[in-house]
Design a protein around this ligand. Sequence first.
Ligand SMILES: *Cc1c(COP(=O)(O)O)cnc(C)c1O
Length: 386
Amino acid sequence: MQDFDTLAIRAGIERSQFNEHSEAMYLTSSFVFDSAAQAAARFSGEEEGYVYARFTNPTVTAMQDRLAALEGAEACIATASGMAAILALVMALLKSGDHVVASQGLFGSTQQLFGNIFSKFGIETTFVPAADVAAYEAAIRPQTRLIFVETPSNPLTELVDIAAVAEVAHRHEVLLAVDNCFCTPALQRPLELGADVVIHSATKYLDGQGRVLGGAVVGNKVLMDEVFRFLRTAGPTLSPFNAWVILKGLETLRLRMEAQSASALALAEWLEGQPWVSRVYYPGLPSHPQHALALRQQRMGGAIVSFDVVGGREAAWRLIDATRLISITANLGDTKSTITHPASTTHGRISPEARAAMGVSEGLIRVAVGLESIDDLKTDLARGLG
Ligand SMILES: *Cc1c(COP(=O)(O)O)cnc(C)c1O
């Protein structure tokens, strides 16, 4: 087994007859057969090979193989977006009457998908506090098939103890899926900690440059065969163009994650010393309530820093509006730093009372730290104070 850095550059390469050095991009929707007999054999699955790009495409296969290698997994199924990955997971492995336990504070669309959409088809979800291992076990019913978590959470960087929740899941013969969007395999490898499935929004750090949408489900061959059967029929497939962009993004993943995490830590430490900041949320800080767990299950703190400013919404908006460098956008995972006010954007549809109970205050700001100079980022954040 090669090292992560080698796999990130070399895994998944299968050269064509032209022996190209950089990975080729196969923009084709279908594939030609030598004969009617071969077409029949490909369709029946008797002979392995490409048929139609809704099922598989060589560029998508390359990206899947590379990401599987980086997560230390047997297999990966790429999807059109991160949400499509979660849809494919649940449609492939669950059925009406099944029950899910999920961590509170999931990505907004994920919360909607479990809470409002799967429930229409008879798959019910119970949400439990992310850090409370006993709550996952207490919520398990005879019909429970899946525990779904995200760690660290957005925007408050709460952690789920993956190994402890995996132990609970397996004692009850339930699968554990971890959305590894925020850490990526460069910083956290959930399968090694006992998870069964890893979910990715490749739109974020895997591409890393804000160019394309993509997603992936990663796990063992048996489970991924099930996910593939859903995908090839239902069609939330990743385009070969996007797969190629993500494939190339993976080559620099560790370097970007380490540099962005190092900047995030420096920024978090600086913010903690500012009189206009009342609290900083960052797993890499010793003040984080789960710092010991972060050191155990993540290589670094990640690139998301949130903080409460003194003065509530007015002060938060003033700080955001004064920035000239950092992009005001809810997206994250880019080399360009972004800033957002969760209470009025990503969490704006939640009632003020529920928001306060979650800990998303009116003065909360989230910064997804990119690759710009840390000094320029500090200057930009302090601009609104004059
Ligand atoms: C963005 C995001 C998703 C959804 O991914 P898309 O590619 O936008 O569909 C899922 N989970 C997390 C944690 C995310 O940040």
